[in-house]
Design a protein around this ligand. Structure first.
Ligand code: CAA
Length: 260
């Protein structure tokens, strides 16, 4: 598929997706979400990609939500279907085997905030603004916001953001745990790439199984989650990278992981 609304590149094990509709502040229309789905499904089976970064084009916006113009004429059946299209892609992002980092370079509103919450780790630039403005448009958050935002920041902050439709700045997002780090805009991609590179140096299977265990545990009871952790922990001992990682420690050298 040729991409018109996103840019995708891979370098040194890091796949970077840039949502690229700067004139509409990178709002998500059907064409963009379709391209996002295509690239995410390719990444899921690409062993060359160890970490994924998602960002927005330009200096003003990460993603300013679902495309309001495209949504404005939908009937209930179409609205439900559109919500499920976005939900499905964001769930695919959440379930990617590789860690996904959101580099939030400006507005992360509605579907943009929801996209960031489907990522594993969020770094923001100082000018970033977050919010779920949907109730001001007569709709609820529809790409997972009522569920994932609540799990990220807790129900009190999620409800305040969703009921008021208000925006918060990057420092407030940091305070409530919506983002891990805030940096000047000119340093955002360097900070995100430094984080991504650190992860690519670790044993890839162990990183992916850690993600799988954390994600599964969030959605089940602790007894089931702990049992799953024992299974993935045991599985690690079947990898060459476990032998390499522990031998390297004993031999006081840096490990050379192969992802096997
Ligand atoms: N959909 C479609 N177009 C959008 C858009 C969106 N979500 N957000 C911005 N744009 C467009 C504007 O219409 C404008 O286009 P024109 O130049 O053709 O007029 C262009 O982007 C620039 O935007 P503004 O002129 O409005 O820029 P600003 O700096 O004055 O304001 C803003 C920035 C506060 C982000 C404002 O654009 C805004 O409020 N955008 C909408 C944010 C929003 O409500 N998002 C939630 C959408 S609903 C949703 O996401 C549902 C869901 O859960 C899936």
């Amino acid at each position: 598929m040729d991409y018109q609304n996103i840019i995708y590149s891979v370098s040194d094990g890091i796949g970077t997706i840039t949502i690229n509709r700067p004139k509409a502040l990178n709002a998500l229309n059907l064409a963009t979400v379709t391209e996002l789905k295509d690239v995410v499904e390719k990444i899921a089976v690409d062993p060359a990609v160890q970490v994924v970064v998602i960002t927005g084009s330009g200096e003003k916006s990460f993603v300013a939500g679902a495309d309001i113009v495209e949504m404005s004429t939908k009937n209930p059946t179409e609205g439900r279907a559109w919500g499920m299209v976005g939900q499905n892609v964001f769930t695919e992002i959440e379930n990617l085997p590789q860690p996904v980092i959101a580099a939030i370079n400006g507005f992360a509103l509605g579907g943009g905030c929801e996209l960031s919450c489907a990522c594993d780790i969020r770094y923001a630039s100082e000018n970033a603004k977050f919010g779920q403005p949907e109730v001001g448009l007569g709709i609820t958050p529809g790409f997972g916001g009522t569920q994932r935002l609540t799990r990220v920041v807790g129900r009190g902050y999620a409800k305040e953001l969703i009921y008021t439709g208000g925006m918060i700045d990057a420092q407030e997002a940091l305070r409530i745990g919506l983002v891990n780090k805030v940096v000047p805009q000119s340093e955002l991609m360097d900070a995100v790439m430094k984080l991504a590179k650190t992860i690519t140096k670790k044993a890839p299977v162990a990183v992916q199984l850690s993600k799988a265990a954390i994600n599964r545990g969030i959605n089940c009871d602790v007894v089931t989650g702990i049992a799953y952790e024992a299974e993935v922990f045991g599985l690690c001992f079947s990898t060459a990278d476990q032998k390499e990682g522990m031998s390297a420690f004993v031999e006081k050298r840096k490990p050379a992981f192969t992802g096997k």
